[in-house]
Structures are given as structure tokens and as C-alpha cells.
Design a protein around this ligand. Structure first.
Ligand SMILES: NC(=O)c1ccc[n+]([C@@H]2O[C@H](COP(=O)([O-])OP(=O)(O)OC[C@H]3O[C@@H](n4cnc5c(N)ncnc54)[C@H](O)[C@@H]3O)[C@@H](O)[C@H]2O)c1
Length: 275
């Protein structure tokens, strides 16, 4: 049986992922702002360091997998915090834990992105570039300025929508760029992402309101399957990505969104190689 760290373990998809791993007999080190083995704020450098230290201490320096699930949604008023939590949180923590994953011999990491990265037409390329360059302070300032420049109506309902979609976009790009580097791939540490759509958790219900939360056909994006996702629908795939048998997939972005991305961008994948 293995040892796995799960961030965001106190609620929603993270709680469901921790439960699936525990039910399979694994040791789970939950990380969250509250109600977790490791209590830490992944939105700050100090919090990430505290989380890494405590995870490494609890696992004895060897980790079989990490599920980086913790995150916030587009309704958080502070767009800078969204960047720090949704992009720098998983990226910095995974960079810090990579040596422990290497020691496992079959280390696995999975991050939770969002289909908003490809279905929200508000990606801020500059913010994405700053995030990928590791410029947290500049990325935060950019996100805050962009949020303040948004139309008042949108700012009232989804003040961090651009920062959120851009952070998840950058995260997906980081996964694809990083997974194939020798530091990860040649040490047998596989790194993949899941892009959920609308999943009934406090994040989704908080950003769309209870009424839309009850009727998938009233949701702002198409829901071809006619149902919202449940946290367990994501946890199932988290578990699959973390299994040692999942040994030939890295750099993947798996949409678990009831068909939303395919409905909105049927020809979006594959993209042809251009000369
Ligand atoms: N629910 C959706 O519809 C949806 C869709 C796409 C992506 N996502 C993403 O899925 C992930 C899980 O969200 P969820 O829907 O299960 O929401 P949730 O609110 O149920 O769970 C998120 C958890 O992350 C924790 N968290 C938030 N900020 C943190 C911080 N700074 N440090 C440590 N922990 C922190 C929260 O305390 C909470 O327990 C998030 O990354 C979110 O962006 C959610």
C-alpha cells in the first residue's frame, strides 16, 4: 500500500479523492486550510513550505503520489489570491515534492485544472506568461489590475473569472511542458491533469447560485449529459492516474466535464502540427 498526499482534502473533489485512496488501503496525508492532517495555506510561499515540510516528515521522504486538488473558483473577490492558490499552489508544492516522488520508483502526480481554460474566452496571455515564468508578484498584480478593469456587471458575479481561467490555462500548460522533462519523465514520475466541468461542490454552487445548481440545462455552458458532475466522478480518475499501473500516460489533460468542452469546441482537438 502506498502513501499519498491530497490537497483540498477537507471538501469536494479532494475529500472524495482522499476517501477513494483510503478505501483502497493507502495512507493519505490530507492538506487543507482546516480539518486536515496538514493545515497550511497553499496560497502563500510560507504555507507551501510548511505543507511540504510536514508532508515529507509524515511520509518519511518517500511519496507514491500527490493529488493537487485544492483550489478556488472565479467568484473569489481577490483575483491575485486566485493566481496564488490555483497556479502557484500546485506548481510550487509539486516542484518541492518531486524528489520524494522520485524515491517511490513509480511516483504519480495529478493536478486539477478546469475546462474553463478552454471554454472561457477571457484568457490573459500576459498573465499566463508571467505565471509560467514563475513571476508570482507580477502575475498577482496583473490579475488584480485586469479584474479592476472588468465591466461592473461581470465584476459583481465573477470578479476573478479571467484570473481563474488564465491560472488553470497556465497550469495545464505547465503540466504538459513539465511532464516530459527528464527530471520527471526519466525518473518515472508521471504528471497529468484533470479538467473538470461543472461539479456540484461549494465552489460551483457558490459561483452560479443554487437555482442553476439544480438544473444542468440552466447552466451557462452546455451540459450534453444533462447532469452535473459529483466529486466522486473526479476522484475516480484521480485514483486511476495515481495507480502504479498507469505507467504510459504523462502530460495528459483529461476532460471530466460531461461533454462541455467537446460541445463548445468539437474541432478543438486534435490540433494539427504546423510546419
Ligand atoms: N466544482 C467545480 O465545478 C470545479 C470545476 C472546475 C475546476 N474545479 C477545481 O476543482 C478543485 C477542487 O474544488 P472543489 O470543487 O472540490 O471545491 P471545494 O471548495 O469543495 O474544495 C476546495 C478545497 O480546497 C481548499 N483550499 C482552498 N484554498 C486553499 C488554500 N489557500 N490552501 C489550502 N487549501 C485550500 C478548501 O479549503 C477546500 O477544502 C479546485 O482546484 C477547483 O478550482 C472545480
Amino acid at each position: 500500500m502506498g502513501t499519498f498526499a491530497v490537497t483540498g482534502s477537507a471538501s469536494g473533489m479532494g475529500a472524495a479523492s482522499a476517501a477513494v485512496l483510503a478505501a483502497a488501503g493507502h495512507t493519505v496525508i490530507g492538506v487543507d486550510l482546516h480539518d486536515a492532517e496538514v493545515v497550511a495555506d497553499l496560497g502563500t510561499a510560507e504555507g507551501r513550505e510548511k505543507a511540504a515540510e510536514e508532508i515529507l516528515s509524515r511520509c518519511g521522504g518517500t511519496l507514491d503520489g500527490v493529488a493537487a486538488v485544492a483550489g478556488v473558483g472565479p467568484n473569489l473577490p481577490d483575483a491575485a489570491a486566485v493566481v496564488s492558490i490555483d497556479y502557484f499552489g500546485p506548481v510550487r508544492l509539486l516542484e518541492r515534492l518531486r524528489p520524494a516522488l522520485t524515491r517511490s520508483g513509480a511516483g504519480r502526480a495529478v493536478v486539477i485544472g478546469s475546462n474553463s481554460a478552454s471554454t472561457v474566452p477571457m484568457i490573459d496571455d500576459r498573465l499566463v506568461d508571467l505565471a509560467l515564468a514563475g513571476e508570482e508578484a507580477a502575475a498577482r498584480a496583473r490579475a488584480r489590475a485586469a479584474a479592476e478593469a472588468m465591466p461592473a456587471g461581470l465584476r459583481a458575479t465573477a470578479p476573478s473569472i479571467s484570473a481563474y481561467a488564465s491560472s488553470k490555462f497556465a497550469l495545464a500548460r505547465w503540466v504538459r511542458r513539465t511532464a516530459v522533462t527528464p527530471e520527471w519523465a526519466r525518473h518515472g514520475v508521471l504528471l497529468n491533469a484533470i479538467a473538470p466541468g461543472a461539479v456540484a461542490t461549494p465552489i460551483m454552487l457558490g459561483s452560479t447560485g443554487d437555482e442553476a445548481g439544480r438544473d444542468p440545462d440552466a447552466f451557462p455552458t452546455p451540459m450534453p449529459l444533462g447532469v452535473f458532475g459529483r466529486p466522486e466522478d473526479i476522484a475516480f480518475w484521480v485514483h486511476q492516474f495515481l495507480r502504479p499501473e498507469a505507467r504510459f500516460t504523462t502530460g495528459a489533460i483529461l476532460y471530466v466535464d460531461g461533454g462541455t468542452d467537446a460541445a463548445m469546441r468539437p474541432d478543438g482537438q486534435p490540433t494539427a502540427m504546423t510546419r
